[in-house]
Design a protein around this ligand. Sequence first.
Ligand SMILES: [Cu+2]
Length: 699
Amino acid sequence: MSARSIAVVLLAGAATLLGDRGRVVAHDVADLEFVPKLDRFALAAAYRRGGEVERANLEAAMLPIPGADEGAVQLLRDLDGDGDPDEIHFHLEVIEVQEEVYPGEFVTFWVFAPTGTSMSSPARLPSPLLRVEEGDVVEITLYNTHYLPHTIHLHGTSQPNNMDGVPHMTQDPVAPGRAFTYRFVAGPPGTYWYHCHVQDHVHPIMGLAGMFVIEPDRPYNHFAHLIPGAGRITSMSKATREQYQNEYSLVYMDIDDRLNRIPAAYTEPREIEKRMHRDYDSTQRKPNIFLLNGRSFPFTLRDTPIVVKPDQLTKLRVLNVGARAVYLHTHGHHPTLTDLDGYPVPKDARITRDTFDVGPAQRVDLALRTGSDGFYAAGPGVWLMHDHAQPAASNKGINPGGDHTAIVYEEFMGEDGLPKQAGGHAGHEQYFDPNYYKGRIPVFDPKIFGTTIENYEKGWPVTPPSGGAFDYPVRQDAGALPRLDLIDTERHRPVATACPERPRGTRRILVKAGRQYAREGEVFAFEPRELRVGRCEEVEIVLENTDEIRHDLMIPGLNPIFALNVVGPKVASGRFVTPDEDVTLFLHCHIPAHDKVGMVGSLIVGRGGAPKTVPQTAAPTEPKSFQGVGVVIATVPRSGRLIVNHEEIRGLMAAMEMSFPVAPASLLNGLNAGDRIHFTLDATSVVTSIQVIESAPSR
Ligand SMILES: [Cu+2]
């Protein structure tokens, strides 16, 4: 069944039982049909009677996730009448993403992501934090939009055996194009995680893993149920707020980028499968990139600083998705262990220490006390918090790097979102230069050796001294892999404008989409692949998606762009007007990697032919920048991205919703959703300046 066809939104659906409270004791699945659906008054009541925090949490619970389908998280009925939804349905798909994990290093991952919309997906590393309440009836539908089979295993929670997600033991792996729904009642409360269990020596560390938190049951317990990525949890649940002032989800991962390079470098799905699962020997892996919440230093400092005030208690939920132990050391602070693997540690065993070991798959919940008592905390400042296993202090062997962050007292946070330090921000500046991690910048100031950067390597003899040639590990350069974001931008340039006149004809074309139309070596395909139309015609595309997942047929060269997003199995249609010129336009499914595994085709207008409008990058008079105007949908400071609904950007792309990287990320400071902005993009589609034309109307 399609997620969209259920379409229940919290505003209408999160109601409470106004009577008959004794009837449903706990949240028993069997009782579901007896629970009356109720009105929105209860929600309004919850809103009125709550304080500022309650209202903020209610808003967080209902806030749309930028780029996600509005039905991606469904908050359904209130089964026990305590003022919050108890049926939670997550809709997740599998997306191949490329993340810049530290300056200049683009790495390919696979992640679970809330179902995306046409042209957009909120996919990011790690897979999203999912949160429910104890006793909630949880459904997680996995739509396998990927080209390999996957499942979801809920690690540590109590679910029926047939919902355990182990391929060939409790279920068949979910094939590409298919969907599977996991159903269970959540409990007991604690920090858990979920991950793919197919080829589990490889798939979870490719990114198919995220934190799963079960919050203790409380009345009117509202909070965001899905948080893309991980990091600070601003909408804390009631039980957590009873004890803590701050909360963070910290997901650690170590990767061997030789594995992640495979799906980036190869396009044939069979070759990717063979190289990843047959050639690549995971017992010989050498982790060389160390991630906290999907990033390495210095991005970790900007994305996941642990921001605190004195005399507070901060809850740290730590998960290790990686394949090696993490030894989490907090400078100046001694946190106390409260929970292991989601289960509370008995009071007498709650040790306080400065370095906590977290093995693969383990969760460690810590209570971080701040202040200046000299026992738990040594006073305000910027205190490093890092994995003390030495290799994790580097990015491919270059220090400083890895999964470092810092405990930052609020007054030490700079306006640019980076912690201030004694030497000012300049001290960190060089680490944001990609050349630093390519090893092109000397470690220390060359003045120490009385030289300059230019003369640095001219200072020693070329021939090694006798006995001087010896074997030591040398950093491997990943070389230039294809950058998906750049390819994406290039592919989405308009090259032919829809006929501005009244269309001279109309035409209806049936296009089928799905697994079953794939040929040898493909996974998904369209049928037919060549659409023939006349010039200046109105065309109705009737898209029959025979898969159980989403496909998004897009003709990116057409201006305005045409896209038709359908979660199958379902038929939908959309119209556009063809250009008044003989031209062949590329069409594809816009879901990442679908074009790579077969979902491409062409729209042949008239006699067809190469577009006359040469893509701007190939032109000798390539502009150095592009100007855009649009309305901010969201900012994602964590990944330094701006999501904007923009008008046509001349010479670059048609009007659409886009997520652009922003450099420096501090340009995002002070921007609000709804702001109308003017922005400048450089030749690589990075936003380099933003001016607010009109602020969002205040709420
Ligand atoms: Cu598709």
